[in-house]
Design a protein around this ligand. Structure first.
Ligand code: NAD
Length: 138
């Protein structure tokens, strides 16, 4: 039976690289996508020799194309530290808005399910730190 295929955006980052490891271990074909703005290829270097692993150096704020079928998209691309948010605020907003939009389009085209790990920056200027799951930015 053909392997299930998963796209992990932010695949060279902290959470994304661990997701790549886990999905490889579970027998998936893993496509990691990352523009390396905060990530590090060393996190996934050990996977490059595997034929069930691919890496795309790409900014998901731009149009995203992946050939072949896709079963799942895990959108974990985003700067994730307050230091980075201040250094690269526009990129942080773009990956959460345009990136999500582009990946939802891809998910629709491929009939894939998608999970988004958004940054809490989407709350704007929150009154609660850190935000709990029931905080709606009021
Ligand atoms: N680490 C945590 O404890 C935590 C907690 C809650 C939510 N999150 C969220 O999970 C996500 C990932 O966090 P992390 O800790 O792995 O961060 P990270 O910085 O280690 O990884 C993010 C990855 O996304 C990549 N990236 C950023 N913009 C991109 C773009 N436009 N196109 C392609 N790749 C891009 C970076 O290069 C990096 O490799 C973020 O949305 C973060 O807010 C993380």
């Amino acid at each position: 039976m053909a392997r299930k295929r998963v796209l992990v955006t932010g695949g060279a980052g902290f959470l994304g690289s661990h997701l790549c490891d886990r999905f490889i271990a579970e027998g998936y074909h893993v496509i990691a996508m990352d523009n390396l703005i905060t990530g590090n290829l060393e996190n996934i270097e050990h996977l490059f020799k595997l034929e069930q692993f691919e890496f795309y150096h790409h900014d998901v704020s731009k149009f995203v194309h992946v050939p072949g079928k896709l079963d799942y998209i895990l959108h974990f691309a985003s700067p994730a530290s307050p230091i980075d948010y201040l250094k690269i605020p526009i990129q942080t907003l773009k990956v959460g808005s345009l990136g999500t939009h582009n990946l939802l389009g891809l998910a629709m085209a491929k009939k894939a399910r998608m999970l988004i790990a958004s940054t809490s920056e989407v709350y704007g200027d929150p009154l609660v730190h850190p935000q709990s799951e029931d905080y709606w930015a009021t």
